[in-house]
Design a protein around this ligand. Structure first.
Ligand code: ADP
Ligand code: MG
Length: 318
């Protein structure tokens, strides 16, 4: 029996992936990825969310075959990057963080050239289809160097899709783009995901991860610290903040097992379950004969979850 080259049914799977850089000038080793393991189901849209320097681009570049890993395994569409790199590459389209394009080609030429690179037959070229889908038709015959930043980015996405890969990987697709283009790209990504493409994107915009992706892996310092569905993330890790302002200074407020701080007339309470805590808080305030001038409850959002998990949440924001 011939052994299949495919290992499983994940779109992407990495196992204990590690990348170390050695900085000669400082005689120092940097661990950009530290035994990262995770997998992505076919058809899903997943965000790799993390602050600058977390290791996102390193991970993407290893999957794209641009950067060599130090150790660990990576599979794309079931193909082992160590054994079947060409088959793995045919399954993905990658949109890098830094745009790579020939400024003296037009978008049409760029896409036709890319089609040729993949050995596609002329009748199967997706050039015209992608120029249309990414709203590049007007500039299809202008030199790339005359395109706006937003158009170049759209062209880069078209380039990544030219061989109709099953998986699209985008490294910070909307960093530095204007709001209009961001929404246009979000709609486009949602659409191609609904048509079956698996999408992995990196971002440091929490809103982008929350809006687009049903699953989020948070990466910090080369380690995946959380990998869960967006809704679970909010529920499990989120805390609500309750602010109560009283008419007079608060001196002897206390409730067992409730995390609170007092600042003159204000009480700040941190809780996972504001609905359960609020009646107890109100009763305690009433027992102390404290009059309330204002109450605010702020439910957790993903931003608070993210900042907390990456240990950057040291202020009680309300
Ligand atoms: P992100 O994309 O999340 O901002 P990167 O993957 O670019 O993070 O970087 C992760 C870490 O690896 C950072 O500390 C960065 O300085 C370092 N790094 C990235 N590329 C190189 C390189 N070519 N040489 C040395 N260090 C690098
Ligand atoms: Mg990056």
């Amino acid at each position: 029996m011939k052994l299949s080259l495919k290992s499983d049914n994940n779109a992407i799977k990495v196992n204990k992936l590690t990348k170390k850089y050695f900085l000669k000038s400082q005689n120092k080793e940097i661990i950009a990825l530290d035994e990262v393991s995770f997998s992505i189901d076919k058809g899903s849209m997943v965000a790799l969310l993390g602050p600058n320097g977390a290791g996102k681009s390193t991970l993407i570049n290893i999957l794209a075959g641009i950067t060599n890993k130090s150790s660990g395994k990576a599979f794309i569409n079931g193909f082992d990057l160590d054994k079947s790199v060409n088959k793995a590459k045919l399954s993905i389209g990658v949109v890098p963080q830094e745009l790579v394009m020939d400024p003296y080609f037009t978008p049409r030429e760029t896409l036709n050239f890319q089609s040729g690179y993949y050995g596609l037959k002329k009748e199967n070229y997706l050039t015209e289809y992608l120029l249309n889908k990414l709203k590049l038709e007007d500039k299809s015959d202008a030199y790339v160097r005359y395109l706006s930043g937003g158009m170049k980015r759209r062209l880069q996405i078209a380039k990544a899709l030219i061989h109709d890969p099953e998986i699209l990987i985008l490294d910070e697709p909307t960093a530095g783009v204007d709001i209009e283009l961001r929404y246009m790209l979000w709609d486009f990504l949602k659409k191609i995901n609904s048509e079956g493409k698996t999408i992995l994107l990196t971002t440091h915009y929490i809103e982008e991860a929350e809006h687009l992706c049903d699953r989020i892996a948070i990466i910090d310092n080369g380690t995946i610290i959380v990998d869960d569905t967006t809704s679970n993330l909010k529920e499990k890790n989120g805390e609500s903040n309750i602010l109560i302002e009283c008419e007079e200074n608060v001196t002897n407020f206390h409730i067992d097992n409730v995390n609170f701080t007092i600042d003159k007339k204000s009480i700040f309470i941190n809780t996972k379950n504001p609905n359960k805590q609020l009646p107890i808080i109100m009763k305690t305030l009433s027992d102390l004969s404290l009059s309330i001038s204002n109450i605010e409850v702020k439910k957790s959002n993903l931003e608070q979850v993210f900042l907390k998990l990456t240990n950057k949440w040291n202020i009680l924001s309300i």
